[in-house]
Write a protein that binds this ligand. Structure first.
Ligand code: TPP
Length: 363
C-alpha cells in the first residue's frame, strides 16, 4: 500500500478594512448605519473607560484591572452579530462587549473592586459574569448552547470569548470536542493578543495558527484581522448563521495585540520590546473605523468631538456614582450559587457573617 494523503487542510485569513481605513468593497459586510454607529460608540466608550479605569487604579481608587485597550474590534464587533436572547460568555478582557450587552459601567467598576454586587448579572440576562479561571467558561458555553437546543429554543447561539493562553487548557479541547460532537450552536472566539502575561504566542503552542485547531475537532476555523471590526463582524456573523442553521460550532481567531500591561500588576517592559508595541499602534482599530465612517459620510470630526464629550460626561458621572456607594453586602457571593440555597450553604453564610461581625467588633 503506497503512502497517500488522506487529509489536507488550509487556513484562511480575513481582512476587509485595512489599517489606513481602506475597505475591500467586494467583501464589505452589510451593516445598517445605526449598527455601525453603535459599534463605533461602544468601541470609543470602551477605550475611554479603560483609560479612565487605569488612572483610577493608579490612584488607588480601583482594584487590579485587566486593561483591554487595542482589542476593541475583537470583542465589540462579535456582540453586534448576536442577539440579546443569545448567550454571551466572556472572560475578563472584553469591557466594551459587556457594555454593549447592557452591563452598566458602574457594575463593572464595583466588580473590579471585588464586590459581588458588580458582578452579579440580572437573573434574566444571558450575559455571564467575568470568568477568571482560564478556559473554564468554554465548557459552560457549550452546555448553555446545547441546553438551549435541548429545550427547543429556536435559533439560540452561545458566543464565548477567551485568550490565546486559554487554548493550552484542557477545558478548551474538551469544549471544542464536545461542541463538535453535539453539533452545539457555539461560536468560539479567541482573542489572540499575542501574549499570555509574559508568554508569547510562539511558545504557547507549536501550531502555526490557533484557527487550525478547529480542523482537528471537525469544525470550521478562520483567522481574522482582530483589529478590523468589519472582518471580525463578518466572520462571527457567518458563524452565527451556521450555528442558527443547525450547522454546528465554529472557531474564530481574532489576531490582535494587547497594547498595555496584562493587568495593572504587570510590567510588560520586562518581557517585550517597545518596538513591537509601536508597530501595533499603527493598526489601531478605532482610527481605521473612524476613517471608514467618515469615508461613508456618516461621521465627521465634529460628531466625534461631541461623542467624546458625551462619553466623558457619562464616565465622570459613573465614577461619582461608583465612589458614593459605601454599603455592600458581604455575603452577596452566596446569593448567586443556587436558585434555592441548600441548608449547608445557608449555614456557611451564617458562619461567615458571624465571623465578619466579630472581626468588626474587635476592630
Ligand atoms: C486555570 C488558570 N491558570 C492560570 C491562571 C493565571 N492567569 C491569569 S491570566 C493568565 C494568562 C492568560 O492569557 P490569555 O489566555 O492569552 O488571555 P489574556 O490575558 O492575554 O487576555 C494566566 C496564566 C488562571 N487565571 N487560570
Amino acid at each position: 500500500m503506497p503512502i497517500h494523503t488522506i487529509e489536507t487542510f488550509n487556513v484562511q485569513f480575513l481582512s476587509i478594512l485595512d489599517e489606513n481605513g481602506n475597505v475591500d468593497p467586494d467583501i464589505e459586510p452589510e451593516i445598517s448605519r445605526e449598527d455601525l454607529l453603535k459599534l463605533h460608540r461602544f468601541m470609543t466608550l470602551s477605550r475611554m473607560a479603560d483609560t479612565r479605569m487605569l488612572n483610577l487604579q493608579r490612584q488607588g481608587r480601583l482594584g487590579t484591572l485587566p486593561v483591554c485597550t487595542g482589542q476593541e474590534a475583537s470583542f465589540c464587533a462579535p456582540v453586534l452579530a448576536i442577539q440579546d436572547t443569545d448567550w454571551f460568555v466572556g472572560s475578563y478582557r472584553e469591557l466594551g462587549a459587556r457594555l454593549m450587552r447592557g452591563e452598566p459601567l458602574v457594575n463593572l467598576l464595583h466588580g473590579f473592586n471585588g464586590f459581588e454586587e458588580g458582578e452579579a448579572p440580572a437573573k434574566t440576562s444571558r450575559t455571564l459574569p467575568l470568568s477568571i479561571i482560564l478556559a473554564s467558561q468554554l465548557p459552560q458555553a457549550v452546555g448553555l448552547a446545547y441546553g438551549s437546543q435541548m429545550r427547543g429554543e429556536k435559533d439560540i447561539v452561545a458566543l464565548v470569548l477567551f485568550g490565546d493562553g486559554a487554548t493550552s487548557e484542557g477545558d478548551f479541547h474538551e469544549a471544542l470536542n464536545f461542541a463538535a460532537v453535539l453539533n452545539a450552536p457555539v461560536i468560539f472566539l479567541c482573542q489572540n493578543n499575542q501574549y499570555a502575561i509574559s508568554t508569547p504566542r510562539q511558545i504557547q503552542t507549536r501550531s502555526a495558527t490557533i484557527a487550525q485547531k478547529a480542523i482537528a475537532y471537525g469544525m470550521p476555523g478562520i483567522q481574522v484581522d482582530g483589529n478590523d471590526p468589519l472582518a471580525v463582524y463578518s466572520a462571527v456573523n457567518s458563524a452565527v448563521m451556521k450555528a442558527r442553521n443547525n450547522e454546528g460550532p465554529s472557531l474564530i481567531e481574532a489576531f490582535t495585540f494587547r497594547m498595555l500591561m496584562h493587568t495593572t500588576a504587570d510590567d510588560p517592559s520586562r518581557y517585550r520590546d517597545d518596538k513591537e508595541v509601536e508597530k501595533w499602534k499603527l493598526k489601531d482599530p478605532l482610527i481605521r473605523f473612524k476613517i471608514y465612517l467618515i469615508n461613508k459620510k456618516i461621521w465627521d470630526e465634529e460628531k466625534q468631538a461631541a461623542l467624546e464629550d458625551e462619553l466623558k460626561d457619562h464616565i465622570d458621572k459613573t465614577v461619582k456614582q461608583f465612589e458614593s456607594k459605601k454599603k455592600f453586602k458581604p455575603d452577596a457571593p452566596f446569593d448567586h450559587v443556587f436558585e434555592t440555597p441548600p441548608p449547608f450553604l445557608e449555614e456557611q453564610r451564617m458562619d461567615f457573617l458571624k465571623h465578619i461581625k466579630m472581626e468588626t467588633e474587635n476592630g
